[in-house]
Write a protein that binds this ligand. Sequence first.
Ligand code: CA
Length: 513
Amino acid sequence: MQKKIILSAIAICFLCVSVACLSPAKKHKKKPNLVYVFPDQFRKQALNFWNHPEFKDAIRTKADPVKTPQLDKFAQEALVLTNAVSNCPLCSPHRGSLFTGLYPGSSGVTLNCNAERPISSLRDDAICISDVLKTEGYNLAYFGKWHLDFPTPNDPVNPGNYVDPRRPAWDTYSPKDKRHGFDYWYSYGTWDVHKDPHYYDNDGNRFDPKEWSPKHETDEVISYLNNEKGQRDQNKPFALFLSMNPPHNPYNSLNDCLEEDYNYYKEVPLNELLHRENANPEMKKASSAPFYFANVTGVDREFGRIVDHLKKIGEYENTIVVFTSDHGETMCSQNTNDPKNNIYTEAFDVPFLIRWPQMKKARVDNILLGTPDIMPTLLGLMGYEHKIPNEVQGKDYSKAFKNEKDAQRPSSALYIKNVNGNKNNDGLVTDYFPLSRGIKTHEYTLELIIDKKYNLKKTRFFNDNKDPYQLNNLAVDKNSPVVQQLLTELANELKRSDDPWYNKKVLNDWIKY
Ligand code: CA
């Protein structure tokens, strides 16, 4: 009897030890998934929820009269940023900074990628967020527009030819050695026929689905989430990026959007659609407004489908979900036909909504988040701050996202505009020219534009608090305390980002490097 008791006691002890040994594994936190959705040219103002009472005065101007019911709902449970910017508001430079945490001069992507610009292409040796997550055992999927590689004649279907019939070629095929850890690929370079998109899969097979691209891409994302074709290892966490092209131009007809979305806007007078104080509804481009907003509404619906599907498959509570864009769209503001690549708030600012596991409460924050900050901040939120590559120039603001006390916050955001520099005899661009640099704080926007001799040519200077539509370009007195403070911010940011303006000491009679 006594022996039995002793044996039982030993058995219980063994069981306890076993459970104790097992428990750390059981308690091991599940790695969070990441779903990052970023349409192209979707401006911050094109979100209906800014009109809701709980977001009153969150941004200083009117919101567009746009329908975004899914994002309105998502904003109720997300961190919503009011001052996120795209530092170099163009497709390729933005994407280069997003993935590498580097400013364009360091990522390798200084200009929009096309076959005339061999100098602008994502560095093969840059460590992208996808490279980092791969080392953490993630499945990595990329859907939609990539636009980060210099096009070469490498058409997988017609070897030795470009995939793009246009000259110079813009679209390109990115082979496996250019994918930076993404193991599932359903992507293309750049292509703007919204109802006739095409995609290359992992092995370079081309698909032409003849369908409005955001709808098709969302179907593909849902198939991936369901693992319908064994696209991923169910035992691994996943990180998924979806870059939708709409609401990118063209936006001129029902060839560019879905009729059900156009119907919301087709009878609204243009001066009501373009009701910003700095907008000119007389511009030729104004007729694009209903089609632009139709694309916004369609993108909103597709984003909502992804969120709903994450909930349906039980992954929502373990997934960081981001909605943002690569840059905005001026859409008849400031009388410019350039939709992007300028410092005006409609182009420079981007929407940025994020929800992560354990996020307790929706919140609005005015942090001046820049594009290179996104990679380290996401890694910080995911618990991989120790994996942020040393060369990263952006900062990890995950503590500020969590509203932790004493979290570091930026006091300004850098603006960058580059253009083609010299060309060689073959017409290829051999360097880029850093045409303008600027700085945005919570109060002011300042841009300095130079001529080819590096002399100051023009300035843009706005008091965004008093003049949120940026109608009054103030004179710049370099001796005024406000301007001096802005120039100091600019000098610090140019130095920190190893910018050519810092290296050449451009305008050093103005900027104290
Ligand atoms: Ca773009």
